[in-house]
Design a protein around this ligand. Structure first.
Ligand code: SF4
Ligand code: SF4
Length: 302
């Protein structure tokens, strides 16, 4: 059975990438499961999706804990324990990372002995989901180019012709770029209930909280995490339309990135606005619009 996990952030097309890969497997005659996992938050939040593909009925359920391939669309997730990128990774797991660093650097950084590959495109590509699905398809060695094409047509058609064209272009380029590694991802064997290995529990002696509670030496450092770097679109307030209701956008912003001046004027903290665009959706007089981040990057150039 192929067990493949995609990790990325909301908005990178990770869920769709797993659907494309799952459909491509299905077109090759495999039994398939594909499922995304994410919480209530939207753009920028860590998400993952997984695909199982087997030549017989799949009885495994739930999150893949022993992946044969882990695809990382955003390298900043790797050190985040809650993202679980490295969960269950073993020496036979292939890591495919969207990064500007060399595979050898990652092997050293992670002290990892298994194969590490780099996603064949710039880390800034807006089509990272399509690229990951194309690369993953080739790494399995059992998905033909025409099945990948058909899977993209099946899964992306609802987003329109331009999305289909761009996805095909990027996914197929990644598929071709991975030719030298075709078949690197091996089929894992069955994991039956009798193969279950209970965790090696260790009893840790308990201490009173006054002894064991962490000491916070430097408080309030979360402000230093510049989540504004995640945005693909930024919210922009039209102050001519804003009626200074003073609470809707600032209260519903999940990152508390909208501050309110004493005169009730809202101001967006772009260092910490992750671009989820909740504020755009909830502002009653539609005073907040979304603008592509790339436009502001161009305007900021000297
Ligand atoms: S929700 Fe809209 S109207 Fe209310 S303060 Fe925010 S931008 Fe202004
Ligand atoms: S300011 Fe708007 S776009 Fe930015 S994080 Fe808050 S709700 Fe999301």
């Amino acid at each position: 059975m192929y067990r493949i996990r995609f990790h990325g952030r909301g908005g990178q097309g990770i869920k769709t990438a797993s659907q494309v890969l799952g459909t491509a497997f299905f077109l090759e005659g495999f039994e398939v499961q594909d499922a995304p996992r994410y919480g209530a938050e939207r753009r920028g939040a860590p998400i993952f999706a997984y695909v199982r593909a087997a030549r017989e009925a799949i009885h495994e359920r739930g999150i893949i804990t022993r992946p044969g391939l882990v695809i990382v669309a955003d390298e900043t997730l790797i050190p985040v324990p809650a993202a679980g990128v490295l969960q269950g990774v073993g020496p036979d797991t292939v890591l495919l990372i969207n990064t500007a660093d060399a595979p050898e650097q990652w092997k050293q950084r992670l002290q990892y002995s298994g194969p590490v590959l780099v996603v064949p495109a710039g880390t800034e590509s807006a089509f990272v989901g399509a690229i990951c699905s194309g690369a993953a398809a080739r790494l399995t060695g059992v998905i033909r180019r025409e099945s990948l094409v058909q899977a993209i047509l099946d899964e992306i058609a609802r987003y329109g012709e331009v999305a289909v064209r761009d996805s095909l272009e990027h996914a197929l380029a990644a598929f071709d770029a991975m030719e030298a590694h075709a078949g690197l991802v091996a089929e894992g064997g069955r994991v039956g209930s009798t193969d279950y290995q209970p965790p090696g529990w260790i009893d840790v002696p308990r201490e009173p909280a006054t002894v064991s509670a962490p000491a916070i030496q430097v408080p309030a450092t979360s402000e230093l995490a510049n989540t504004g770097a995640w945005r693909t679109h930024r919210p922009v307030i039209d102050y001519a339309l804003c009626n200074r209701c003073a609470w809707v956008c600032s209260t519903l912003c999940p990152d508390s990135a909208i501050l309110v001046d004493p005169d009730h004027t809202p101001r967006i903290d772009y260092d910490h606005c992750k671009g989820c665009l909740v504020c755009v959706a909830v502002c009653p007089p539609h005073a907040i619009r979304a603008e592509p981040e790339s436009r502001h990057a161009e305007e900021a150039k000297p």
